[in-house]
Design a protein around this ligand. Structure first.
Ligand SMILES: NC(=O)c1ccc[n+]([C@@H]2O[C@H](COP(=O)([O-])OP(=O)(O)OC[C@H]3O[C@@H](n4cnc5c(N)ncnc54)[C@H](OP(=O)(O)O)[C@@H]3O)[C@@H](O)[C@H]2O)c1
Length: 211
């Protein structure tokens, strides 16, 4: 059944993003997806998806995707250690959302370890991705949390896996989450999809793990 909501997606060619795109289409949403290269997006010819070529660090490209959407889902990643992709893209997304007369809700990926959610995971992430890489996620999250006009949810998954979906996820209680079960990327995508309709977590940072 078609749903009367347009979701703007950032990171739709990524591992979590591909799963989210499939699930959202199966659920009847129409999508507008920013991709860096059309050829890396499987569903170029699907008429339920408007594909916009661009870069999330470019403010004009981001505004074109966000304008007129009901919900923004950002499952972007920063594989490089020094380029501040997450914080630049997040600034662009939140600014474009805030400029809308009726701002879309923004569901933004982060990670357990960011925002004081686990010093233990913070140390591992800093060792793996470097200080600048971790700082990029910290800055991106801080930008979202400081937002007053745009409804948001910061989604912080524990370690991701490519294992098959459990069809479930665990919302980890409290602010800190040193230990949890790794979570399949498909179940992270499911959490994002559930948050498209469920506004009960708006304004919060949610740590999620596997079951
Ligand atoms: N690994 C873990 O255990 C773990 C745990 C918690 C959270 N996370 C976070 O979860 C997020 C999603 O993970 P994932 O595995 O799905 O990541 P991924 O497969 O690397 O996907 C990243 C996505 O971001 C896009 N992207 C990167 N820079 C961009 C730019 N400048 N403009 C537009 N798009 C851009 C990529 O597009 P292209 O296809 O063009 O490259 C891709 O679609 C990441 O932020 C990751 O750090 C990971």
């Amino acid at each position: 059944m078609t749903k009367n909501k347009c979701i703007a997606v950032f990171g739709g060619t990524g591992k979590v993003g591909r799963e989210f795109v499939k699930m959202a289409l199966d659920s009847g949403y129409s999508l507008r997806v920013l991709v860096r290269k059309r050829s890396s997006f499987e569903l170029n010819n699907d008429n339920r998806v408007e594909v916009i070529e661009g870069d999330a660090t470019n403010a004009e490209d981001v505004t074109a995707v966000v304008t007129g959407s009901d919900v923004v889902v950002s499952v972007l990643g920063n594989p490089s250690r020094n380029v501040q992709i997450m914080s630049n893209a997040t600034e662009n997304i939140m600014k474009a959302a805030a400029e809308q007369s009726s701002p879309p809700r923004c569901l933004m990926i982060s990670s357990v370890g960011v925002g004081g959610s686990s010093w233990l995971i913070k140390i591992s992430l800093t060792l793996i991705g470097g200080r600048a890489g971790f700082k990029d996620y910290e800055n991106a999250e801080a930008r979202v949390r400081s937002e007053t006009r745009v409804p948001f949810i910061v989604v912080r998954p524990y370690a991701l896996t490519d294992k098959p979906a459990n069809g479930q996820y665990k919302v980890l209680p409290g602010h800190t989450a040193h230990f949890a079960k790794p979570i399949p990327r498909t179940d992270v995508a499911r959490f994002f999809l559930d948050c498209v309709e469920d506004v009960s977590r708006d304004g919060s940072c949610v740590n999620i793990g596997g079951v």
